[in-house]
Design a protein around this ligand. Structure first.
Ligand code: URA
Length: 434
């Protein structure tokens, strides 16, 4: 097989076979296909797309390109959850203990943040003592003992995806539905998921800027799941503004604890219950979404989810008292700077990506993979879309590590669109693909 022929075949819109796709993935991973040919192929895919069968073959070839996690020693259906990335998205911190308390084993690998979106592992590591590294045996033992473990990525998982994703990043080929769908699904499958619940974000702070694009991506991922025997459900949720109020690692843990106490922001709680309800259905603990949702509401009210969070934090070396005294025990930034509203009116929009980038500039996120982060800093919104506001009233509070953050304050102010006319609260859940 010659790569040049496979590039031409895709360029001309023909369908590649399983063997041809496996050849491309295996050869590229081992260095037998140069980046310039892989770039040309990715661009051909960008313009021509891929059939559902091609996308499934690409997913499985990438999933098998490196180590895979064997979760067979964990009892029960392992349901993974994945978000395509948003600002203030601390849902995993709430959903994981919530569904674990319902009896669905959570054996999760999570990522670190890059750019305007944060990562679950960075958030968890803001808890004093918390360790995101466990040996494979300790990981399995912990899930069997308490029903939950969340660790950073270890081992050489999906090297084909790592290499191709970096190449796409610099060849303007990231934004292709089959390439994103196979990239995400290959990682979940390599991480050992039996079933997958996806939170596909749509809006200004997300990869997919429109609901239409998000539907396409969600459908592509659900199709992959169906063809490779992993039950997959995708929820399409709003990312036209940050989720909840807090953006920044320790600030988000605090908000997640509030949600686990039943006192969190309404959007965060509802999204966590929605994703969780799909997880308990796929995990065989509820017969329907409604039953799952009601079960999780009860668990939240009973304090069992918060107790599971305590157990989880303690098992991974963290101080479990953060569940009771988060304000006291989590790191705090030395400066608070308020962002006042420049006008009277209603909040019509909050550019989520701008808020994410402002938080990153404060030190909450990484501009490059090598940057270090400050767990204490970030932004807490005081207003969300639809809220009335008076001139001079606080829109947001910056939690900063330095005194002079004038440029960031102005950036956050500009991220708010304030207009005189009323504005309805936006819809949180746009739909579900099953
Ligand atoms: N996230 C991924 O993991 N892969 C992509 O291709 C895009 C977003």
């Amino acid at each position: 097989m010659l790569m040049v022929d496979l590039i031409a075949k895709k360029r001309d819109g023909a369908e590649l076979s399983k063997e041809e796709i496996e050849f491309i993935v295996e050869e590229y991973t081992r260095g037998g296909i140069p980046d310039y040919q892989m770039s040309a192929w990715a661009m051909a895919v960008f313009f021509r797309g891929m059939t559902p069968a091609e996308t499934a073959h690409l997913t499985m070839a990438m999933a098998r390109s490196g180590d895979t996690v064997d979760l067979s020693r964990i009892r029960g259906v392992k349901v993974d959850k994945h978000s395509t990335g948003g600002v203030g998205d601390k849902t995993t911190l709430v959903v994981a203990p919530l569904v674990a308390a319902a009896g669905v084993p959570v054996a999760k690998m999570s990522g670190r943040g890059l750019g305007h979106t944060g990562g679950t592992i960075d958030k968890l590591e803001s808890i004093p003592g918390f360790a995101a590294e466990l040996s494979p045996d300790a990981f399995v033992e912990q899930v069997n003992r308490i029903g939950i473990a969340v660790v950073g990525q270890t081992g050489n998982l999906t090297p084909a995806d790592k290499k191709l994703y970096s190449l796409r990043d610099v060849t303007a080929t990231v934004n292709s539905v089959p390439l994103i769908a196979s990239s995400v699904m290959s990682k979940k499958i390599a991480a050992g998921a039996d079933a997958i619940v996806l939170d596909v974000k749509a809006g200004s702070g997300a990869f997919m800027k429109t609901v239409g694009e998000a539907w396409k991506l969600a459908s592509a991922m659900v199709d992959i799941g169906r063809s490779v025997g992993r039950r997959t459900v995708a929820v399409i949720s709003n990312m036209d503004q940050p989720l909840g109020l807090a953006v920044g690692n320790a600030l988000e843990v605090r908000e997640a604890v509030d949600a686990l106490r039943g006192e969190g922001p309404e959007d965060l709680t509802r999204l966590a219950l929605t994703l969780g309800a799909h997880m308990v259905v796929l995990g065989g603990k509820a017969g329907s979404f409604k039953e799952g949702y009601e079960m999780l509401e009860k668990i939240l009210k009973s304090g069992k989810a918060l107790e599971k969070f305590r157990q989880f934090v303690a098992a991974q070396g963290g101080n479990p008292d953060v569940a009771d005294r988060p304000a006291e025990l989590l790191p705090k930034a030395p400066y608070r700077v308020t962002v006042p509203s420049p006008a009277d009116g209603f909040v019509h929009g909050i550019q989520a990506e701008e808020i994410g980038l402002a938080a990153m500039t404060l030190g909450a996120g990484r501009a490059t993979k090598e940057s270090s982060i400050d767990p204490a800093v970030g932004i807490v919104l005081a207003k969300k879309i639809g809220d009335p506001v008076r001139r001079g009233e606080i829109l947001a509070i910056l939690h900063a590590g330095r005194e002079d953050v004038t440029d960031i304050r102005q950036r956050v102010e500009r991220a708010f669109d304030i207009r005189p006319e009323r504005r309805k609260k936006p819809r949180l859940i746009h739909g579900v693909v099953e």
